[in-house]
Design a protein around this ligand. Structure first.
Ligand code: SDX
Length: 438
């Protein structure tokens, strides 16, 4: 019997099947042959939240959750964070190789010259209330770019895909910065092409009346490293949204808006904002034990802790802690860090967390740095969306050119009623909604 096979006996029919095992998986479609009779649809797998289902082949990002390993195109995240700029890593994620000097120069120049937004888009953003959440503005404005670039729907044209990819990478910081300036009531700042990607983002956020914005190099480098750490993370919730929406051949602006919408959830990219709110609620190191008691009793989650894949530690959290020290040398130490460190210290000794393999994830310390740099918590998820746009687009493109992929359409287990007799109005009683399954 070949080694890489799985032999299954269907006890309903006593028939035995041998399925090939490839890359540690069996094909779900190989189960469909297992029927109890000609009317039987055949076996499916049931996997809510896709806890144990591979939906694609990808060569972009590798994660080993048990060993805390994260690699982009085979390069360890620690090496990339130490030696590269964000745009260099963006090139790697999209094209599979690190750029040489001329390639990086040309790539940086291209992205820089796609940072402007049309005035019509600026007017669109002005329509939001002053206190609109930056992520609501970002998601809506990215979707609105679909109207600005109607040609983007030609998703099978490689040159057209690359043009839209450059536009999205170039414009995401502009949209995020404009959302912030709208939120604080300051005039928008136009991009400055003399500045690097990250310095220009800081310019569009924080330039006031000075003739030319000069970014603090320590903060600019820390932000560049944070962007590298957030660039991609294989098939996370928002990337799955990008692939699913993109699989219908929706244009990349609409797919990216859907991905950003998924990222905004508090269990995903919205967690960094919730971490700061949690630290504010805790208030001091002395209150940490009482808060952890609430967590253990299931009243609240420890935001910034836990991960579907990492079951020891999130390698990004270790680098972020290092970056925090660099930032605090410039900004002064954020007192919230002491509460965070005490939370981590106690949680890592507490069986409730250790037994559930809950360790700090990428969102636990990033918010503390962002706040020290002057960002409001409402901006934190937008800061995640900027770099993750590169990962979404790399994964989207990989899906579009993958011959195995089709429109994403999962099956279901139907639990409702069947073939009901129609009720004329006079026979209907007010349904007791309270009893309805939620
Ligand atoms: C990101 O997928 C990615 O790669 C995401 C991301 C990326 O780069 O794209 O890494 C970015 O989203 C990081 C995660 C940010 N979210 C948070 O910090 C929110 C808090 N964390 C959790 O909600 C949770 O840990 C998840 C959502 C991150 C993971 O959830 P899982 O894998 O579905 O785990 P689970 O909910 O099944 O939890 C297993 C157990 C449960 O306890 P029991 O029911 O078994 O008693 O652990 C408990 C959970 O209640 N648990 C927590 C907890 N996380 C899980 N208990 C308290 N606090 C938490 N944070």
């Amino acid at each position: 019997m070949a080694q890489d096979t799985l032999t299954i006996t269907d006890n309903r029919t006593n028939r035995t099947y041998t399925l090939p095992i490839e890359n540690g998986t069996i094909r779900a479609m190989d189960l469909r042959q297992m029927k109890t009779g000609p009317e039987d649809f055949g076996l499916m797998t049931y996997d809510p939240a896709f806890m144990n289902t591979a939906a694609c082949r990808s060569s972009i990002t590798f994660i080993d959750g048990e060993r805390g390993i994260l690699e982009y195109r085979g390069y360890p995240i620690e090496v990339l964070a130490e030696h590269c700029t964000f745009l260099e890593v963006a090139y790697l994620l999209l094209f599979g190789e690190l750029p040489d000097e001329p390639e990086l120069k040309s790539w940086t120049n291209e992205i820089t010259h796609h940072s402007m937004l049309q005035e019509a888009t600026k007017k669109f953003m002005e329509g939001f209330r002053y206190d609109a959440h930056p992520m609501a503005m970002l998601v809506s404005t990215v979707a609105a770019l679909s109207a600005v670039y109607p040609g983007a729907k030609e998703v099978h044209d490689p040159a057209n895909r690359l043009l839209q990819i450059k536009r999205l990478i170039g414009k995401m910081p502009s949209i995020a910065a404009m959302s912030y300036r709208h939120n604080v009531g300051f005039p928008y700042v136009y991009p400055d092409n003399d500045l690097s990607y990250t310095e220009n983002f800081m310019n569009m956020l924080w330039k006031m009346v000075e003739p030319k914005y000069v970014a603090n190099p320590v903060l600019a480098r820390a932000l560049d490293i944070l962007f590298i750490l957030h660039a991609d993370h294989e098939q996370n919730c928002s990337t799955s949204a990008m692939r699913s929406v993109g699989s219908s051949y929706a244009d990349p602006y609409l797919a990216t808006a859907a991905a950003a919408a998924a990222l905004s959830g508090s269990l995903h990219g919205g967690a960094n904002e919730q971490v700061l709110k949690m630290l504010d609620e805790i208030g001091s190191k002395e209150n940490v034990p009482a808060y952890l008691k609430k967590v253990r009793e299931g009243h609240v989650k420890l935001m910034g802790f836990g991960h579907r894949v990492y079951k020891n530690y999130d390698p990004r959290a270790k680098i972020i802690k290092w970056a925090a020290e660099q930032v605090f040398e410039v900004t002064g130490r954020n007192p919230k860090l002491d509460i965070g460190l005490e939370l981590e210290r106690i949680a890592l000794e507490d069986d409730y967390f250790v037994s559930r393999k809950l360790y700090p994830n990428v969102d636990f310390y990033s918010g503390i740095i962002y706040q020290a740099m002057g960002f409001k918590p409402e901006m934190f998820t937008a800061l995640f969306a900027i770099p993750r746009t590169v990962g979404w687009l790399a994964q989207w493109q990989e899906m579009i050119v993958d011959p195995e992929q089709k429109i994403s359409r999962p099956r279901q287990i139907y639990t409702g009623q069947r073939a009901r007799r129609f009720l004329p109005m006079e026979e209907r009683q007010a349904a007791d909604v309270a009893k309805m399954d939620r």
